[in-house]
Ligand binder design. Sequence first.
Ligand code: ASP
Length: 449
Amino acid sequence: MKVAKFGGTSLASADQIKKVCNIIVKDNDRKLIVVSAPGKRNKDDIKVTDLLISLAEKHLEDGNSEKEFSRVIKRFSDIIHSLGLGGETLSAIMDDLNKKLSLDASDPGKFTDSLKAAGEDNCARLVADYLNKLGKEAHYINPGEAGMILSKEFGNAAVLPESYEKLAKLRDRPGISVFPGFFGYSADGEIVTFSRGGSDITGSILAAATCTDLYENFTDVDSVYAVNPNIVANPVPITVLTYREMRELSYAGFSIFHEEALAPVYHKGIPVAIKNTNNPGAPGTTIVMHKEVNKGPVVGIASDSGFCSINIRKYLMNREVGFGRKLLQILEDENLSYEHTPSGIDDISVILSQGQLDNEKEKRVVKKIRAELEVDEIQIEHDLALVMVVGEGARNAIGMASRAAGAFARAGVNIEMINQGSSEVSIMFGVKSGDAEKSVKCLYDEFFC
Ligand code: ASP
């Protein structure tokens, strides 16, 4: 049995939905299907989820949201019409949205989540209807009835452990089950969504719950590439990756897959195949637990910007018991999460995602660290990018750091920081954000050309 998840561009129009249904019916093992909401038909288009968010916002603002309502309906009616589905399908969608708009709006997060979920929910109904029209037995599955129970954190929910046992029963359903991605229900029955792009998470949860043989994730690219194709033209495709490699690559800017989505399948060791709806015959990329490292130690190079580093110096810091804990406690009290903490005997840096800090918070943190830890020096370095050289063999291959450092030197990039110790599968370099692209290019040339 396979769980197949289709992303927004795969469902953006009637033609795309036809391609999706052809893929589904070609393989009888594709029994559990997860769908996103219709996404962008072209670069300038707007995703249905974004249209629904605008609808919720306008309704909350002044209750006058007819224009936003019609834009959502137009997207669905175009699809329904071109698929030759009956008028009752569209009426059901209109009724659903009207019902959601009439709900209590005193909690904006709850109100918005209920509307946001309508993109996936109605798309799943459409796909099931169309499969039935093609003569296949298919059923829409309501996530609440099936047991997708989530924490009550609107817009950023997490699955609750008790869901898995309930969702396992989906295996025994007759025909093809079409399950809407991106949302579930809280224990008290409210609709709650994952963070954006969360249909990947739904697919992964269902794959883990049903112990499927393969989790197929259909998107709009042929494979994962060794480097961002917007930075290097025609980069090398990656055919096999380990979960850990994928995790490091997606952490540092590889946006093919939702960052949290791999956890459920990873824990069960279920392989993931990333495939292209527009070119299903292409080999794609498979993510597995273990692989043979035979094609060189590096599989990919990624970078992400928007980081800052709090650099601290204190004479005899290494002798001071509890220094690190107190420092991290200050960050915790300010609700700040950190990425890395490279350190020396009398120095420590804490690297954070810059978006978490505004001017006020930054001043407060510096003041607290100065006062509570009596440091000799503290300064915050802004606009850093993290560049990762990723590969199962990278850390243990002799000369890797030297090759990377040589490439940086030839490209005239100053390395602000290196972190090689803690990850088994990557070497991380901190550079100025303005040097990020140059860094990725020079490393790609070094390791792949
Ligand atoms: N439709 C949702 C979004 O745009 C979820 C998803 O597509 O995975 O974020």
